[in-house]
Design a protein around this ligand. Structure first.
Ligand code: F6R
Length: 261
């Protein structure tokens, strides 16, 4: 795992967008794993601008989102399909047929989870997986105690996640209590993982995930097992990291980061 600290959330999101753009330019057929949430809005804004101003091409790219709420129609403003259409897909030249999210309205949810996994496999697995982190340490909606080898399945949202995401719904009582999510095992099979965390509310859990023991209590800690995982944070989210000086030295001195300094 490598940790890159940026001065502010804008710079952190810009760096993540540049890393995605680089992978996409190197491989226009990239299979891109996507996340939703407040943090990612800044990344998608940058990708949309890069498409407009720097001709970043999404026409051959295929995407798989991490998760979707159970019981929301794609047209529901709180569904992750709606979020993706609004923040990214409508802003770039992606073919909508190449964009995949789990169907939270499927009659047979378990069958839908199996179908989603099989579709990812059919397209050769995920090349680059974008991730955020929840206040309870989740990646996707892999809530505490998610098996480290779990696959796409239905998960009940934790009280912390319900509280984190309730404002968008106007209260916890109005939000779905379950979601379909890629599993931790699915996520760590991606060839590269890129996690973005910003803001002081993520500082404690980020330090647990990066520097703490690998535990199903903090799903993001499973990324320590991944051979190629980059964690990009702003100063606020880096607040509790013990190894800050070492991480800064790497970014300032290692040749692979030269073009991003
Ligand atoms: C959603 C997802 C979640 C979020 C996490 C952080 O697709 O994957 O793991 O990334 O809950 O959300 P924000 O950015 O809203 O704090």
């Amino acid at each position: 795992m490598e940790v890159i600290i940026q001065p502010a959330k804008e710079a952190a999101a810009y760096l993540v967008a540049r890393l995605i753009a680089r992978e996409l330019r190197a491989n226009p057929h990239l299979v891109l794993g996507l996340a939703t949430g407040k943090t990612m809005e800044h990344v998608y804004r940058n990708l949309a601008r890069m498409h407009r101003e720097e001709r970043l091409d999404f026409s051959l790219c295929r995407t798989f989102n991490l998760d979707e709420y159970v019981g929301l129609l794609p047209s529901d403003p709180n569904s992750y399909r709606h979020y993706m259409n609004r923040h990214l897909f409508s802003q770039v030249n992606i073919d909508m047929r190449n964009t995949h999210l789990p169907n939270g309205m499927a009659e047979d949810l378990h069958q839908e989870c199996r179908r989603y996994e099989a579709t990812i496999q059919r397209f050769g697995g995920i090349g680059l997986q974008l991730l955020g982190i929840g206040k309870d340490g989740h990646i996707g909606f892999n809530e505490p105690l998610s098996a480290l080898r779990s696959r796409t399945r239905v998960k009940a949202l934790s009280p912390t996640t319900l509280a984190q995401n309730a404002p968008a719904f106007g209260g916890e009582d109005k939000m779905p209590r379950r979601a379909i999510t890629m599993g931790v095992g699915t996520i760590i099979e991606a060839r590269r993982c890129l996690l973005l965390a910003t803001g002081p509310s993520k500082a404690t859990v980020l330090a647990q995930a990066v520097e703490g023991p690998i535990t199903s209590m903090i799903s993001a800690s499973a990324l320590q097992l991944h051979p190629r995982c980059t964690v990009v944070v702003d100063e606020a989210a880096a607040g509790c990291l013990a190894g800050k000086d070492y991480y800064r030295w790497i970014f300032e001195n290692e040749p692979e980061w030269e073009e991003y300094r």
